[in-house]
Design a protein around this ligand. Sequence first.
Ligand SMILES: [Zn+2]
Length: 431
Amino acid sequence: MMDLIHELWFLQRNLVSDDYDRALYRLAQEVGDRMYIHEYPTGEPCWTWQVPEKWTCDEAYLESLDGRRLIDVADHPLHVVSYSLPFEGVVNREELLEHLHVHPRYPEAIPFVFKYYQRDWGLCASQTLRDSLTDEAYRVVIRTRFEPGTLKVGEVVVTGESEASFVLAAHLCHPAMVNDDLTGVVVGLQVAKELLGGPRPYYTYRLLILPETIGSVAYLSHNESLIPTMVGGLFLEMLGNDSPHGLQHSFLKDSQVDRCLGTAFMGLDARGFQAPYRGIIHNDERQFNAPGVRVPMLSLSRSHRRESPDWPYPEYHSSLDTPDIVSAERLEESFQVVMGLIRAWERNSYVVNNFKGEVFCSGYGIWVDYRVNPEGHRRLFEIMERCDGTRTVADIATELGIPFQAVWEVVDTLASKGLVWYRRTPVGEDK
Ligand SMILES: [Zn+2]
């Protein structure tokens, strides 16, 4: 995962751009021919949106009138505003500063600024550089092109027994940054590889790699017939830094996916925290949760809590977001958390009783001595009395406020004794 990050991070990856395409094609190589690349041409209507033009920056720099180069996009892709209009001319200091963006907190950072739809020209620099600009006038050169192109969405499908699908999504459109957004992409790809190489899952999994927001809208609006088959999803981002994992729930809050991933997460990162929809960070999960779609998509990221001054992490949306702030260990941990969530989701069935009355535990060798393990004793009975075909493993875990894995251990033991069995749909109320 770190090798891919080193290879792709510094590209000028924008919504529709040559470097975005380069990165996507390189990622596709990782899964052989298993990535399908959807293409949506510039101007294509996507519900209330339309696909923007391809944007290319050939040159962008700021010079003093005696020809000293002060800012140059050749040094760092973030020196130009993403989707900046072209501009060339001599401007006075005041006008320049209106178009020169700096980071609000870190004097050495170049900020990530994008103006996809409010068209304007702009450059970005460190506060330190901005403070050094004392001349009356400067020369600005921004040579950018807006042309017809195609927005590209990469999709890796892992076909399961069921056509009901679970969507993993990550965006790839943040130029020269790593934690947001390349880490979500490489972890998602690693998960797809793992699923492709493993036994056939029950659910079908779809990994989508796309430009943020417009990529999701383009894909969903052109695959409306798939929406009813999407039972849930997980958006991935910011998975390489040192913060604990944060699991943000879906708009639907109490869906089966929210219950399952929420209780499984309790057993996967002891430092982790959970927050409601829009409670951590906003990304493509918004399009999936939105009206007319309503796919319960959660999001996993390593973020400071919303109320922290460092939210979501100090280097966010700036030139400080480099490979130095992420590590292979953290990516691996996040990969394991995602796999743990998927494992739980695969196991999350309705638990049907093969018994009537309370089970004669000693007779089945499953009795837990309450004098030795009072907690285990209580849990066993609390779980068994909920195995009635109307509750999933996640429902039981949610009712008891305990990790999914703790419930699974007990029901799996019951299943091995023939006391319960699983089904994917609830037993009818009529019994
Ligand atoms: Zn971002």
